[in-house]
Design a protein around this ligand. Structure first.
Ligand SMILES: *Cc1c(COP(=O)(O)O)cnc(C)c1O
Length: 361
């Protein structure tokens, strides 16, 4: 297998999906599988679906198209509020979308009618994180409009926290969403099938709440793929946190000074670097860089200090490891690093543990 490569443990993904389904299912919450961090990879999406995930959600329509073309059978939800310029594709390729703009909803309705389709709509409520969402005071007006638009079916409401503002989806926020749902149902004599409380950051709220109110859905990416909640990034008990491993190769290993010499100007990142010591040190260069991955989101599995990186090279302190040219170095990845790895052409994808995965199915 070419290097660099990412090892993907499908059996561990299956395990995490089953555990999370059982955990959240125990209090009536259904899980929507969020595929954006794995770039809509069909092999991985298939593991989700085969383990009982019925709705797959992605922020990019092209990822949804990729999964559907690969024959992954699910209901598809577009996570990012559709752009006006892509509304027709959204109607054709996704069954439902999260929405917060009337102009977009009107266009969705127009194209749904034109294509003889019903597009399902979840209205997003702003609860303080200040990314997407309709202000609670405007919800009535939006619902009234959507109910009047042919070609659209209002199936639910949702909110998204802990993304821009880092606002916690706590009991107060979730109670607020529940009351909005109840109020809308009573006022408009409708029934909302989905009340989607948030993402992987909702774990603490869920585990500390006996009563989840009207919340019956969460959209999970990070918990499935990295086994963590997303408020403090703590591992969730019983889940694997080592599903993905990035493997890179040493292309130079030499003893050199630890301090660059000559006149100092900006480096590849536009920084003026400073170094403490001037001793000789064992250094190694790895064939990976900023074109491939977000270097600050990589944690070496061995005791290695990362010195820095440019577009295509990563420099490490090789004093304790004594790596040679051709040796490999493995890294764990955080969410941002993983996101980038699945969006580069330069890293080979290597699925492992297929057998265990298939035996589970
Ligand atoms: C990315 C995203 C999610 C998933 O978030 P995780 O923290 O990975 O679980 C959920 N909802 C929306 C709207 C998103 O954009």
């Amino acid at each position: 297998m070419n290097l660099p490569r990412i090892d993907i443990d499908l059996g561990k993904i299956a395990h995490n999906v089953q555990q999370l389904k059982t955990l959240y299912g125990s209090n009536g919450i259904n899980i929507i599988g969020v595929t954006k961090v794995i770039g809509g990879d069909p092999i991985i999406a298939n593991v989700l679906v085969k383990n009982g995930i019925e709705i797959l959600a992605d922020s990019r329509i092209s990822n949804i198209v990729k999964m559907r073309k690969a024959g992954i059978r699910a209901q598809y939800l577009l996570l990012r509020t559709p752009a006006l310029s892509q509304v027709e594709e959204v109607v054709i390729h996704s069954h439902m979308s999260l929405n917060s703009e009337l102009a977009v909803l009107k266009k969705l309705s127009e194209y749904a009618i034109r294509n003889h389709m019903i597009h399902k709509v979840i209205l997003m409520v702003e609860l303080g994180d200040l990314r997407e969402g309709i202000m609670p005071s405007e919800m009535n007006a939006y619902v009234e409009e959507v109910l009047d638009l042919d070609g659209l079916a209002l199936i639910g409401i949702g909110t998204n926290l802990a993304c821009f503002g880092g606002i916690s989806p706590d009991v107060d926020k979730m109670n607020e969403l529940s009351s909005i749902a109840i109020r809308l149902e009573e006022k408009f004599k409708i029934s909302l099938t989905i009340v989607s409380g948030g993402n992987s950051a909702n774990y603490n709220w869920f585990t500390s709440s006996k009563n989840v109110g009207r919340i019956n859905s969460l959209r999970l990416g990070e918990s499935i793929f990295l086994g963590r909640e997303a408020l403090c990034r703590k591992p969730i008990q019983g889940l694997f946190i080592d599903i993905f491993t990035l493997v890179t190769e040493v292309i130079e290993a030499k003893r050199k000074p630890s301090q660059p010499y000559g006149e100092v100007y900006q480096n590849a990142n536009g920084d003026i670097p400073r170094f403490k010591s001037n001793d000789l040190m064992d250094r190694a260069v790895l064939a990976i860089g900023m074109q491939d991955v977000m270097v600050s989101g990589m944690t070496p599995k061995q005791k290695i200090t990362v010195l820095g990186a440019s577009s295509d090279h990563m420099l490490i302190d090789n004093t304790k490891t004594n790596l040679r040219v051709g040796d490999t170095v493995a890294f764990d990845l955080n969410y941002s690093a993983l996101l980038r790895v699945f969006n580069t052409l330069y890293i080979a994808k290597n699925t492992i543990n297929q057998y265990e995965c298939e035996s589970i199915l």
